[in-house]
Design a protein around this ligand. Structure first.
Ligand code: URA
Length: 293
């Protein structure tokens, strides 16, 4: 179990960074949060408004728009306004468009091109066989994947593994007749399992594109909206699933993400119906593979 204070700090850092990215230069922190961050309230909090702000708690202050021309509200009783440091400028992602596997893996492990590097425990690059004819692409690591450094090992991953088994394939196999390769849009866990932000996905997508080029699968399966969006620019997995598209010139089948499917676990009928839709998509994939191979 991770220490509670650590997760609070991580949450605070994430909240403050997101506001900073949106152009806010000040964040009001409660005495409690100041204590968590190991900081003390400045003796005199700088007055930033000529008229007193209406009574509000610090949560509502944190969700306000602090941008241009608008004086920030006066700090509420017992809290402090702290000027945020200059926005973090990340280096551009390296050009890996002709990199070999070692170079990609080293670049991913050293990557500091977006916020996610600050909170990750692992860089989750891949699983399966690099010469597999079938590639699955998910969204990004969750807590289990971040802890183990392997994609799709949590509950959604277990469902994906069962689906791969139902296709007559095996994540651990290197025989092309059975092998699969698995990767994600982002390689570091978005805190709280939120969707990757555009800048996070865009910073990471070059690594994935190179992985696709090196594996050169015969067929790709996109799992869920995030994979669909970052690789094709299209939204709407509901209407996209079950229909062939192309990604990097490779026949690609979008389908539901296993996390979406397990949301219905407690409703036997919906669970069955949703799994059936995914299974129909995967049957098309098996058919396509048998035609190509
Ligand atoms: N969900 C994903 O999209 N990828 C993983 O690796 C795990 C869960």
């Amino acid at each position: 179990m991770r220490p509670l204070v650590m997760t609070i700090i991580e949450q605070l850092i994430r909240i403050v960074r997101e506001r900073q990215r949106r152009g806010m230069r000040f964040a009001e922190l409660s005495p409690h949060n100041l204590a968590v961050l190991g900081m003390r309230r400045p003796p005199v909090a700088p007055a930033r408004a000529s008229t007193p702000a209406p009574a509000q708690n610090y949560t509502s202050i944190l969700t306000q728009d602090f941008t241009a021309n608008k004086p920030a509200p006066a700090p509420t009783q017992g809290s402090a306004v702290i000027e945020a440091p200059a926005p973090v400028v990340y280096p551009p992602p390296p050009d890996v468009s002709s990199a070999d596997w070692d170079t990609i893996c080293h670049a991913c492990l050293a990557c500091q091109c977006c916020d996610l590097c600050a909170t990750r425990h692992s860089v989750v690059i891949e699983d399966g066989c690099r010469t597999a004819p079938l590639m699955f692409i998910g969204e990004g690591p969750g807590a289990d994947e971040d802890a183990q450094g392997v994609p799709f090992v949590g509950r959604a991953g277990q469902l994906l593994t069962r689906m791969i088994g139902a296709m007559g394939r095996d994540r651990a196999c290197t025989d092309p007749a059975k092998a699969v390769y698995i990767a994600n849009i982002v390689k570091c866990r978005p805190p709280g399992n939120r969707n990757p932000l555009p800048e996070e996905g865009n910073a990471c997508i070059g690594y994935l594109r190179r992985q696709i080029a090196l594996v050169n699968p015969k067929v790709i399966v996109l799992l869920g909206n995030v994979a669909l969006k970052f690789l094709t620019g299209r939204s709407g997995i509901m209407s996209a699933r079950g229909k062939w598209i192309e990604v990097c010139g490779i026949p690609t089948m979008p389908t539901f993400h296993p996390s979406y499917v397990i949301r219905f676990e407690r409703d036997a009928k919906q669970f069955h119906d949703t799994k059936l839709l995914v299974w129909q998509d995967l049957q098309q994939v098996m058919k396509k593979l048998s035609e190509i191979q």
